[in-house]
Design a protein around this ligand. Structure first.
Ligand SMILES: Nc1ncnc2c1ncn2[C@@H]1O[C@H](COP(=O)(O)OP(=O)(O)OP(=O)(O)O)[C@@H](O)[C@H]1O
Length: 228
């Protein structure tokens, strides 16, 4: 489903934060990527979700290389991948209600209005957003409720790969269990693959069929000579 080969990526040209990383997630497979804070997991997750263009290396999604596109992969490629980040507030438009947020990828794909409404209701129920929560904006809900909406939004276009970057890091145990359950049910019914990124090996082991150490998928970076 996803293949990263020799991926080097960063934010300043010539100063990569990930070097030579290779990782494979098979169709329907769940893979955990574990490593210490700051090692570059989120950067690699963004490359996997086609949100960050690597400096070098190849990204293949559903068998096709996607690095040929100059900045962003075309929509039909991007909707193959759903992504949920650690901090829902940084990933949410404060002007949108939770209902509009969940519906946004379907609207962008110009799905018919009735289908958008039905799928949004279905997803809201699946992630446990009831009552008037759907008509509230991000500043009117808790982090956990907002993360539920972010997960629903990621699942809306029925992705074949879900990338969860520390999705539950700021949630309590019961919200964590609930969101992990939503992802598991989605994978059971759709056969989608999962790349779960985190530092909690115990949670990743419980959640994924295979857990890779970041240090095993990427070449170690030389120490920065500016560091004391
Ligand atoms: N937008 C950015 N601009 C510049 N540098 C960045 C940016 N995002 C991350 N970095 C740097 O890239 C390195 C890797 O960061 P990244 O977030 O990928 O690590 P991580 O393993 O996911 O960390 P954490 O577990 O703490 O989230 C860090 O040194 C970080 O400071």
């Amino acid at each position: 489903m996803l293949e990263l080969r020799g991926v080097t990526a960063g934010y300043v040209r010539g100063a990569p934060v990930v070097r030579g990383a290779s990782l494979r997630v098979g169709d329907g497979e769940s893979v955990g990527l574990q490593g210490p804070s700051g090692c570059g997991k989120s950067t690699l997750a963004r490359v996997a979700a086609l949100l960050h263009r690597p400096e070098e290396g190849e990204v293949r999604l559903a068998g096709e290389p996607v690095t040929a596109f100059r900045h962003r992969a075309p929509r039909e490629r991007r909707t193959l991948v759903g992504v949920v980040f650690q901090q829902p507030r940084m990933a949410s438009d404060p002007r949108l209600t939770l209902r509009a947020m969940i519906a946004e990828p379907l609207r962008a794909a110009r799905r018919p209005r009735a289908e958008v409404a039905a799928r949004t209701d279905e997803l809201a129920a699946a992630v446990g957003l009831g009552g008037d929560l759907l008509s509230r904006r991000p500043h009117e809900v808790s982090d956990g409720q907002l993360q539920r909406a972010c997960l629903a939004r990621a699942l809306a276009p029925r992705p074949r790969l879900l990338v969860c970057d520390e999705m539950t890091a700021m949630l309590d145990a019961s919200t964590t269990a609930s969101l992990v359950g939503v992802v598991e049910r989605y994978r059971e019914e759709s056969g989608a693959a999962l790349l779960a990124v985190g530092h909690d090996r115990v949670l990743l082991r419980r959640w994924c069929e295979r857990v890779e150490e970041f240090s095993a998928v990427a070449e170690p970076l030389a120490p920065d000579p500016r560091d004391p």
